[in-house]
Design a protein around this ligand. Structure first.
Ligand code: HEC
Length: 287
């Protein structure tokens, strides 16, 4: 009997595995490109990641089940956010709030695979930001306001039964406390960003930006580059492009629109900005 159950379980697990790998492979492969890496990330402050998914590196894919997952190993914290489709077909957005400062690894899961992205440095929460003291103070005044109001109502009830001065004094006192609490709450200044805003560190160190773009734009998914340590090549679609010897002028044209040089190329036009192209070229020319 036990043996039969074990066999049955083993069989079901196998079917499950086959089904999942099958769906991951269905239709071949896809690349993921982040539209823009966040410049600065602050703990507890939401930020949005937009990305696109291209089947075979080419066709933008709508209707996908995709998610962004961030992990901080030192604190064993994991944040997982289901991505939503954006108005542009094949583009998705996910808004993340990372609870702690420090380094966070993250990736985009789509198409049954996880696409690792460049690690982000998260700044400590800025005093004055929503959620740090501000929110609890607000709640505290509201709680007092309502408690005092309830007390005042009770005294009013007692007073209607027995018109004594004690009840009236209680009613007046708690009424004032309640009104004062609500007034204080209404007066609470809208949280402002502290002056330390200017001291915030960039999410990605400037000297790592070339490698970060190479990973976030999806180049690493198709190309091997030995200078990349943040992620590994996933599909061997393009050539190894460690230390490219082509002149910068050529690379500028190629990265802006590969098909303008080679009509039939598999390499997509990723709509890179001029600044991104410049940073990527500097990285490609690194020995
Ligand atoms: C979907 C796969 C794919 C992606 C994504 C991709 N490439 Fe390519 N890339 C190719 C292929 C394929 C070639 C080879 C050209 C050909 O035969 O079409 C190529 C060629 C190149 C070349 C050599 C051009 C030459 O003529 O010497 C460079 C440089 C390059 N890619 C850089 C990049 C960079 C940087 C990114 C990211 C912004 C990137 N690629 C993203 C597939 C890709």
């Amino acid at each position: 009997m036990r043996k039969t159950i074990a066999l049955l379980v083993g069989f079901l697990v196998m079917i499950g595995l086959l089904a999942t790998t099958g769906s991951a492979r269905a239709g071949g492969w896809a690349t993921v490109t982040v539209s823009e890496l966040p410049a600065v990330v602050v703990a507890e402050r939401p930020f949005t990641i937009e990305f696109s998914v291209r089947q075979h590196g080419q066709t933008l894919l709508p209707d996908l089940d995709t998610a962004v997952t961030a992990v901080q190993e030192t604190s064993s914290t994991r944040v997982n956010v289901q991505a939503k489709e954006s108005s542009e077909e094949g583009f998705y957005t996910a808004t993340l709030t990372l609870p702690q400062s420090g380094e966070w690894r993250w990736g985009i899961s789509s198409w049954g695979m996880v696409y690792p992205m460049p690690p982000l440095l998260v700044n400590e929460a800025v005093a004055g930001d929503l959620g740090i003291g501000g929110e609890t103070a607000v709640a505290w005044q509201l709680v007092l306001g309502w408690l005092a109001a309830a007390g005042a109502a009770l005294y009013f009830l007692l007073w209607t039964r027995q018109r004594s001065r004690v009840q009236l004094a209680g009613l007046a006192l708690l009424g004032v406390v309640s009104l004062a609490s609500f007034a204080l709450h209404a007066q609470m200044p809208v949280p402002v960003l502290a002056e330390s805003e200017t001291d915030l560190l960039p999410a990605i160190a400037p000297d790592a930006m070339g490698e970060a773009l190479f990973v976030a734009k999806g180049c690493i998914q198709c190309h091997v580059n030995d200078n990349v340590t943040m992620a590994e090549n996933m599909f061997q679609i393009g050539p190894d492009i460690t230390f490219v010897k082509r002149p910068s002028e050529y690379l500028e044209v190629w990265l802006a629109n590969p098909a303008s040089i080679k009509v039939e190329t598999i390499m997509p036009n990723l709509h890179l900005s001029a600044a991104e192209i410049e940073t990527l070229i500097a990285f490609l020319k690194q020995q």
